[in-house]
Design a binder for this molecule. Sequence first.
Ligand SMILES: [Zn+2]
Length: 65
Amino acid sequence: MNNEQEKVSVSRQTLTVVADEVAGRINHLFRGSCPDELDLQARDKGCLVCRALIELEGELNSSVS
Ligand SMILES: [Zn+2]
């Protein structure tokens, strides 16, 4: 594994949402299938933070070769 410097491409919107969530400025909706301590892999398509995670994780997975 030597891909730490590899560039990935996600939208500014997605990065902004993820940064805001990590910094505590916004949070998951927690009305649908948002990840919790029981299921960290859950994603809710109606949640802004989850949608950003889906895009980011998809990009990270697709860039691993
Ligand atoms: Zn969520």
